[in-house]
Design a protein around this ligand. Structure first.
Ligand code: ACO
Length: 429
């Protein structure tokens, strides 16, 4: 018997169930309802998982009320200040920050896997030049399962870690290759003497015909953005990876499903949508009109980059990104959209509608302004999010697969369709 329980009484049958209350290290306790169908004959109903913990996890903790985010117990602010992205990847995968020897070894492992199979370049050639890079990324990620047969034994921990290294290493190469394909330039090979972010900048902006040295300010900004996007516990794309992976499918296939989920404007696609919205608003004089539209329930317009399922306070990542945007714009020239974004935030945060609903800027609100300043086209913004988030997806997949009690994810439903009926003959329909 658990220390704390909750009694649930079914008033129609008079039966009661004593359900265990489980406590995590931090955060809300959860009611363990697994024996509910057996004891009371009922399932629970929670579309969108607004009140349901889908798993146990030791990776990331966030407190939406306080606006707090921690990876493996370390506050995001400290990680962004003191670590690089690959150290954070190691932390998410292994549970602890690397020692200097482990860091060096991990960076070597990642470097070793940065190239992509030449066959993948031919695969890319099959896409139209104007394909959205997230569409290409979804396809290309899925196709990795066909290129790396040796890592398909998901029950072998060594193969799982090689898969993690491959994914982290190849994401920037694939992302840059998708971009180069879209502009008709040659796909560049990685330069492994460069840091993770600098190498990505080289593959994005370099050309085989001329020298290119990545800008350290841009590389640092990207590295911090990758850290901020690295994980966010059971969000839509991570839950998608877990659900797909729970059938014991190939890990590259599960990650491709995560990329597809991230693309949507309600999730990672919001960073692209924010910039398009700022372009549409155009000037500070139009802000009030758009705020009114966002509040109008008959208008589908929403203030993109505002609101979050869990944060009911400032998203701590948005605070770091806003500061980072100031630093980047100092070097790359101010962007009128930054002023627009600042004013929009200011006005919305004082508006009763947003205050009442506790809608604050989220991670996507300012990130697009940095990406834009660094020269990335809008279509690449969500791809940049995907690069950073890959480690989170794979860390959750590894945590799930290595749990001996893992079962396939299989939600129930409340059926509201027709009751049983007979198929009429064709002439009678
Ligand atoms: N603009 C205007 N109104 C909003 C917004 C917004 N951006 N976000 C929420 N609301 C309103 C809703 O209309 C609703 O109002 P109501 O109670 O009067 O019906 C209330 O606030 C609660 O919103 P929900 O949609 O129930 O909140 P939910 O947790 O389901 O949605 C979401 C969260 C999808 C992020 C939502 O806030 C949104 O669409 N935001 C804009 C898109 C965006 O920025 N997405 C990125 C999220 S961060 C990420 O995924 C990395």
């Amino acid at each position: 018997m658990a220390d704390k329980t909750v009694s649930l009484k079914d008033n129609s049958s008079g039966k009661t169930a004593e359900l265990p209350l489980r406590e995590g290290t931090l955060g809300s306790s959860v009611l363990d309802i697994r024996k509910l169908p057996k004891e009371l004959g009922h399932f629970t109903f929670d579309p969108g998982f607004k009140a349901t913990a889908s798993c146990e996890s030791a990776i990331t903790y966030l407190d939406g009320g306080k606006g707090q985010l921690m990876y493996r117990g370390y506050p995001i602010e400290q990680l962004a200040e003191k670590c690089n992205y690959l150290e954070v990847c190691y932390l998410l995968l292994h549970g602890e920050l690397p020692s200097s020897t482990e860091k060096e070894q991990f960076e070597t492992n990642i470097r070793y896997h940065t190239m992509i199979n030449e066959g993948l370049r031919k695969f890319l050639d099959g896409f139209r030049y104007d394909a959205h890079p997230m569409a290409m990324m979804t396809g290309v990620l899925g196709s990795l399962s066909a290129f790396y047969h040796d890592s398909t034994n998901i029950h072998d921990p060594d193969q799982r870690i090689i898969t993690a290294h491959r994914l982290i290493a190849k994401m920037p190469t694939l992302a840059a290759a998708c971009y180069k394909h879209s502009i008709g330039e040659p796909v560049l090979y990685p330069r492994n003497e460069l840091s993770y972010a600098s190498n990505f900048l080289w593959m994005m902006w370099g050309r085989p015909t001329e020298p290119y040295e990545p800008d350290p300010v841009a590389a640092k900004a990207l590295d911090v953005l990758f850290i901020l996007h690295a994980d966010h516990e059971q969000n839509a794309s991570t839950s998608t990876v877990r659900l797909a992976g729970s059938s014991q499918t190939n890990p590259f296939g599960a990650i491709a499903a995560g990329v597809a989920s991230l693309w949507g404007p309600a999730h990672g696609g919001a960073n692209e949508a924010v910039l398009r919205m700022l372009d549409e608003i155009g000037s500070v004089d139009n802000i009030d009109k758009y705020i009114d539209r966002a509040k109008d329930k008959n208008d589908p317009f929403r203030l993109m980059g505002f609101g979050h399922r869990v944060y009911k306070n400032m998203d701590p990542r948005a605070l770091i990104i806003k500061k980072l945007a100031d630093e980047v714009l100092e070097k790359y020239g101010d962007d009128p959209r930054m002023e627009l974004a600042r004013r929009l935030e200011e006005i919305a945060l004082k508006d009763e509608y947003f205050v009442e609903r506790r809608l604050y800027p989220n991670v996507d609100f300012y990130s697009g302004i940095i990406y834009q300043a660094l020269g990335f086209p809008y279509e690449m913004f969500t791809v940049l999010f995907a690069i950073g988030r890959t480690v989170g997806w794979i860390a959750h997949w590894m945590e799930m697969i290595s749990d001996p009690s893992m079962v396939i994810g299989r939600p129930r439903q409340l059926y509201v369709g027709p009751a049983e009926r007979n198929v009429p003959d064709l002439d009678d329909r």
